[in-house]
Write a protein that binds this ligand. Structure first.
Ligand code: GRF
Length: 198
């Protein structure tokens, strides 16, 4: 049966667009909902242009009440009968309680070669460490931040003149290839890792 996918974003949503556009034809999944915790996120308009239902749940009025924010998020996902959640630049940390409800059904993309550089500033940290290779990872989301079984990685060489900005810009198109490739396999219940680059 076709899997119903929700994509969670906070920003420009370029990974969301790549995922949504990949789910056509014989693809085993379809996008049914795009959610943002930021009502101003540029990705929401892009989702509407793709005719995908959108929902904004502003986290700010919830203050420190993460459980209430996540309750609203969970309800929206249940109402849309979602089978798979793709976190795509979703900048809220999810509690173990929320993750436990969706574990095994939730993917995340992270701009580093995990297990290196969990958290923020991944490009600057790879440069500061003198790494020669950088990349991105799609993994199953678990309660631990940027952790969980790895489902795919894409690698790029770091050039001597790279900055955090040039690295991010060169990596993003690979993210747009990797995430849809992993989602297609995952939706077909195949967890064989996808490896792109060298
Ligand atoms: C991507 O680099 C992703 O890896 C990171 O946040 C960025 C999101 O970009 N977690 P976009 O919103 O998909 O354009």
């Amino acid at each position: 049966m076709t899997k119903r996918v929700a994509i969670l974003i906070s920003g420009s949503g370029s990974n969301m667009v790549a995922l949504a556009q990949s789910m056509t034809g014989d693809h085993p999944a379809r996008p049914v909902l795009v959610i943002s915790n930021d009502p101003q996120a540029g990705g929401l308009a892009k989702a509407r242009a793709l005719h995908i239902p959108t929902f904004a749940i502003d986290h700010k009025p919830f203050g420190k009440d993460r459980a209430a924010f996540e309750g609203a998020l969970h309800q929206a996902l249940v109402t849309a009968k979602v089978d798979i959640i793709c976190l795509a630049g979703f900048m809220r940390i999810l509690t173990a309680d929320f993750v436990s409800k969706w574990e095994g059904c939730m993917l995340n993309i992270h701009p580093s070669l995990l297990p290196k550089y969990k958290g923020l500033e991944t490009h600057a940290r790879a440069l500061a460490a003198g790494d020669k290779i950088h990349g991105c990872t799609v993994h199953e989301a678990t309660a631990a931040l940027d952790d969980g079984p790895i489902l795919g990685q894409a690698r790029i060489d770091i050039r001597p003149d790279d900055t955090a900005e040039t690295l991010a810009a060169r990596l993003l198109p690979l993210e747009h290839q990797l995430y849809p490739a992993v989602l297609r396999r995952f939706a077909a219940e195949d967890k064989t890792p996808v490896l792109l680059g060298h």
